[in-house]
Design a protein around this ligand. Structure first.
Ligand code: AMP
Ligand code: ZN
Ligand code: FE
Ligand code: FE
Length: 275
């Protein structure tokens, strides 16, 4: 049984493989009734998602996932945010600029290691997206026959410790939380189980962190329990989602997470769905 709410998913506006409209159509088929769009460092898919939501009867809310420069892969989810916020637009522009600079550095590193790929070939893959990421580089490597999948590209080149890894150059966790708060929203620490050794609870709670993504798609039962206990200890809410990226990405499936209906019900008003 898929969950009836999905609070973490991506589209072609960042590194997903489905357009917002196709994602919502798929969500409808999967029995999802309420969906929060959380593309990386962009809210550009929200209008298309809202229109598709009206067509299919899926409630839509605007979210965001901000990649920080901390801890390798610390991402902060933003919920209940105003997609029209000017301060948000300005900050996200800066964050996306650092994404482009990072992608160029990764391409240089690949070249140093004898992998012939140009930045244009990467952007070619991502021409209608505005938030470039390592998955687009992986897709370009796949298109050139250098790897067979996104995961292989990460394992061989792009993951921390591999030849072409470059640290994210985004904001600090505190800046990400502030950006989300300035847009009227609240923050949840994304996929804690994948970044656990780098978690610094107290300073982030002091900076205004509101929640933890305890019910992440790939968390085990004991991990869910661990992060629920942390939420209790620090007075945080628990959120959950699958982190769906679309067909061919090998990253979870829509609605495959353990967020209980009563936990969703407690979050519902704060998520600010359109209907
Ligand atoms: P970036 O935003 O450039 O730091 O890239 C992070 C994104 O890469 C994540 O949100 C995932 O979509 C994707 N990703 C990370 N690790 C892997 C992996 N092993 N296989 C496929 N995709 C991955
Ligand atoms: Zn992603
Ligand atoms: Fe993430
Ligand atoms: Fe994500």
């Amino acid at each position: 049984m898929p969950a009836r709410a999905e609070l973490h998913c991506h589209t072609t506006c960042s590194d997903g493989t489905l357009s917002p409209a196709k994602l919502i159509a798929r969500a409808k088929k999967a029995g999802i009734r309420a969906l929060v769009l959380t593309d990386h460092d962009t809210v550009s898919g929200i209008e298309e998602a809202r229109a598709a939501g009206r067509e299919h009867g899926v409630r839509i809310a605007c979210g965001i996932e901000i990649n920080t420069a901390e801890g390798g892969n610390i991402h902060v989810l933003g919920y209940g945010i105003d997609s029209e916020s000017e301060s948000l637009a300005l900050r996200l522009n800066e964050f996306r600029l650092t994404r482009r600079q990072r992608a160029e550095k990764i391409v240089d590193r690949l070249k140093d290691h004898g992998v012939d790929l140009s930045y244009d070939e990467v952007v070619g893959e991502a021409k209608d997206i505005d938030s470039i990421g390592r998955p687009h580089i992986a897709d370009a490597l796949k298109r050139k026959g250098i790897v067979r999948s996104r995961s292989e590209a990460f394992e061989r080149f792009l993951a921390p410790g591999k030849a072409a890894f470059v640290d994210s150059m985004g904001p600090s966790v505190a800046e990400a939380i502030e950006t989300i708060r300035d847009a009227g929203g609240w923050s949840s620490l994304a996929h804690p189980g994948t970044v656990d050794p780098a978690i610094d609870w107290r300073p982030w709670v002091d900076a205004g962190l509101s929640a933890i993504e305890a019910y992440y798609g790939s968390h085990t039962g004991p991990q869910v329990e661990k992060y629920l206990a942390a939420a209790k200890r620090y007075g945080l809410l628990a959120t959950g989602g699958s982190d769906y990226h679309g067909p061919g990405t090998g990253r979870g499936d829509l609605g495959k997470h353990r967020l209980p209906e009563d936990v969703f019900a407690a979050l519902e008003l704060r998520l600010k769905f359109d209907v």
